[in-house]
Write a protein that binds this ligand. Structure first.
Ligand SMILES: Cc1cc2nc3c(=O)[nH]c(=O)nc-3n(C[C@H](O)[C@H](O)[C@H](O)COP(=O)(O)OP(=O)(O)OC[C@H]3O[C@@H](n4cnc5c(N)ncnc54)[C@H](O)[C@@H]3O)c2cc1C
Length: 440
């Protein structure tokens, strides 16, 4: 937040403006949407507390969905409302990149975030990146498009001698360093353990294998005008007796639709954020859809298999999103305002340098999630001079985030400074692993 403020980055704290569509594509009334949202976030808070308090005894196969189901049973909701609650809690998938039934309850506490407002970086990370990269650009030697394929280091025989690490790039160039901070994503580490010579120690290898890597993707759909921001007196598909004016929706949730043909074994829940709701200087007539888990994998595989022509991509993405944006208030099949101008879809799962995914998450079956993170933070720095940084080594409260990635870089820099007895001017305060719902 301090860097955002210092760089005059524009932030947006989205409040309200939420709409939701039932499985049969009907817009829920405002009261039901609010009730579902309150249930969702209250239960998430309860689950954080529960996970934090009972981490040592919660069975590894217990999921966040199990916790939700238990809570839902304890409510006086009707069967239809209970079903809507379950659909609503699937939103968690868009936070971590995999379905809620895969979210470990035992290590759910590692998903807790910095206890401040959850802001959207409206003017993009441009100024923040410019700020944090200043020193590296001024004093460093940056090689783009030179992937590292080998990291060779030998344990020191003499504890007073310097480390010696040799990096080999894909083009065969070799470079020597005293210390190396590896910031390759966790997904890359999982697939490239053989890049390290000698082999990484078994406990570190186990930690890399144990923590999962998520499958979150984004699709941006841009229209000539934000037609969904048109105040309406009637909605195209809502029951006649419901409150009809939903104002300017900023966030929409679509429960697993029965009105869309899709692979039977893949839940097709979707959600979007309206970038038209950003402050005027940053607003776009764009819907930002988040896809996750098997649905996201399906989309990126499909995109990779298409003819690379922009028309094919456009047609495929429109066929995927049309069933959803066409449900919005203000939509008219005959209005040019409601026909997308362009789509942009991420394909992190197809990108080896993104680790073929998004960021770390904590899935059922995980046994030592917190200690795995600690082991990755230590890496083989003291013995071999090879340190790890990146979101997967962040303080617990910032795992999987840009803030956490930045803090982890400061932590790795401090570890190297400690080794050489250097001062830490310019490095932010050390962060501990305390969590908002309790202490470590
Ligand atoms: C869809 C999506 C939405 C997200 N939303 C948010 C959000 O709302 N808020 C938030 O805080 N975070 C969000 N994140 C997470 C955030 O983007 C990451 O936590 C952060 O970028 C991680 O930074 P990093 O430096 O650890 O890794 P990266 O940003 O992945 O950087 C790793 C770098 O290493 C390079 N690299 C990889 N392999 C090699 C190699 N062999 N040799 C040389 N270089 C290599 C890569 O090219 C890349 O530049 C989101 C991520 C995704 C995918």
């Amino acid at each position: 937040m301090a860097i955002a403020e210092a760089t005059k980055t524009i932030l947006q704290d989205f409040e309200g403006g939420q709409i939701a569509f039932s499985k049969d594509g009907k817009l829920l009334d405002r009261e039901s949407t609010t009730r579902l949202s309150e249930f969702l976030w209250t239960t998430v808070d309860d689950a954080f507390q529960y996970s934090n308090k009972h981490k040592d005894t919660i069975p590894t196969d217990r999921s966040l969905l199990d916790f939700f189901l238990e809570k839902i049973e304890g409510t006086g909701f009707s069967p239809a409302e209970k079903e809507a609650c379950i659909e609503s809690c699937r939103l968690w998938g868009a936070y971590v990149g995999d379905p809620v039934e895969r979210q470990s309850l035992k290590f759910f506490c590692l998903e807790e975030c910095v206890d401040e407002s959850n802001v959207f970086v409206a003017s993009t990370y441009e100024r923040i990146l410019d700020h944090v990269s200043q020193s590296a650009r001024q004093h460093g030697y940056i090689r783009f498009n030179q992937p590292v394929v080998k990291i060779e280091s030998s344990p020191r025989q003499d504890p007073n001698a310097r480390h010696q690490i040799t990096l080999t790039t894909a083009s065969g160039e070799r470079f020597q360093f005293d210390e190396v901070v590896v910031t390759c994503p966790l997904g890359w580490l999982k697939r490239n353990k053989s890049a390290f010579a000698p082999e990484l120690p078994p406990r570190l290898t186990q930690a890399i294998d144990s923590i999962s890597y998520g499958r979150l993707e984004k699709i941006y759909a841009t229209f000539p005008r934000a037609f969904w921001h048109t105040p309406l007196t009637t909605t195209p598909n809502g029951p006649a007796d419901q409150p009809t004016n939903h104002g300017q929706p900023t966030f929409a949730q679509f429960f697993d639709p029965v009105y869309v043909a899709h692979p039977e074994d893949i839940p097709w829940n979707q959600e979007f954020l309206s970038l038209a709701a950003l402050p005027p200087s940053c607003a776009h007539p764009t819907l930002l859809f988040y896809t996750y888990g098997p649905c996201a994998t399906y989309i990126v595989h499909k995109l990779a298999s298409l003819d690379p022509s922009p028309q094919e991509h456009h047609a495929f993405l429109d066929s995927f999103l049309h069933p959803f944006y066409s449900r919005l208030p203000g939509y008219s099949a005959t209005s040019p305002d409601c026909t997308p101008l362009a789509f942009a879809a991420t394909q992190w799962q197809n990108d080896p340098y993104a680790g073929n995914g998004s960021y770390c998450n904590f899935q059922t079956g995980l046994e030592r999630g917190d200690s795995d993170i600690e082991v990755m933070r230590e890496a083989v720095g003291p013995e071999r001079g090879v340190w790890f940084a990146g979101e997967h080594t962040a303080p617990f409260v910032a795992l999987g985030t840009t803030t956490g990635a930045f803090w982890s870089g400061e932590r790795a820099a401090a570890q190297v400074c400690d080794l050489y007895g250097l001062g830490k001017a310019g490095i932010g305060a050390a962060r501990d692993d305390s969590l908002p719902s309790g202490c470590k």
